[in-house]
Ligand binder design. Structure first.
Ligand code: SF4
Length: 300
């Protein structure tokens, strides 16, 4: 993967420091507080807390970013996930855990055909007390549908993030205008925010200690990711595992689809805090302060 030269790296380094995973957990809680005042105080000792839970609605995308942290362009069999299955899984998880940040994404979420239906179903569940913020992340290539806007506006701790990739985000302004006309909060991530590379998925010869050190400092593990009924410990492992880029490891996820709420309640706390690293980490450079910068949204 192409990396930026040292001068460019130093120039952008200061404004793109990412700090430690612990710093980032605090940022997620601040975000929850911003969209749901009092959320932090509502989390009690003994609650199971997921800081960030990403829901992959589709693995189709309108762009082909070669350094996509989620490896979407390398998905071998892209698919839209059935909304009923997603809601079943989300309900199970939210019954067991509070979720500070719930993030609906793709691929490109605005081309997911059941997006409005999913948001409508979500808005009816009354999850507000359990969830800090609900974010939908789009790349600004597609103007959201009326149906999506009408459903999403009912989620009172919801907002939409538009990642601004310059000319690639060809419908950014129109999308923002339409969302705001429905009363939906919009946050545009500026074009100059740099990306970092996690490398490709070849096997590294890490010792167990090296893999554990990588996992310790990696921010990827802060984002649990639901893909094909499986709950992964990070955003990078799902496509590597489910799309056959690396040897499949069923120890890297919880099979939410086949679990009862009771099973999940028993296994989730250990999954959240008991891992020292996973098989996927042996095929990854991780996302941390030393990860090299790469050109944002460079296309394949
Ligand atoms: S190092 Fe491990 S936890 Fe971090 S992104 Fe890679 S696979 Fe995920």
């Amino acid at each position: 993967m192409e990396e930026l030269d040292e001068d460019n790296m130093n120039e952008i380094k200061d404004k793109h420091e990412i700090g430690t995973p612990e710093d980032h957990l605090s940022e997620i809680m601040e975000e929850a507080e911003k969209y749901h005042p009092g959320y932090g105080a509502s989390v009690m000792t003994g609650d199971v807390l997921i800081h960030a839970l990403e829901i992959k609605t589709t693995s189709f995308c309108t762009l082909r970013c070669k350094d996509c942290t989620h490896l979407i362009p390398y998905t071998k069999a892209p698919a839209h996930m059935p909304a009923e299955d997603l809601m079943d899984d989300i309900k199970k998880i939210i019954r067991v855990a509070k979720v500070a940040g719930l993030i609906f994404m793709g691929g490109e979420v605005m081309i997911y055909p059941q997006l409005a239906e999913l948001m409508e179903a979500y808005s009816k569940e009354g999850f507000y007390d359990r969830v800090g913020f609900v974010r939908v992340t789009t790349n600004g290539t597609v103007v959201p549908s009326d149906e999506f806007c009408a459903a999403f506006r009912k989620i009172k701790n919801g907002y939409v993030v538009i990642s601004d990739y310059g000319i690639l985000s060809s419908n950014r302004d129109e999308a923002a205008k339409k969302l705001e006309s429905f009363g939906i909060k919009v946050n545009v991530i500026p074009e100059d925010l740099q990306w970092r590379s996690l490398g490709d998925w070849h096997h590294r010869d890490y010792s167990k200690e090296e893999a554990e050190e990588l996992y310790r400092k990696c921010h990827g593990k802060l984002y649990l990711h639901l893909y094909r009924d499986h709950l992964y410990h990070c955003y990078r492992a799902p496509v590597m595992n489910e799309d056959g880029l690396i040897p499949h490891s069923d120890g890297d996820y919880l099979d939410i689809g086949s679990m009862s709420v009771e099973d999940l309640s028993r296994r989730l706390p250990e999954f959240l805090t008991g891992l020292s690293c996973t098989k996927s980490c042996f095929y990854c450079d991780g996302f941390h302060e030393q990860s090299p910068f790469v050109e944002r949204a460079a296309q394949l």
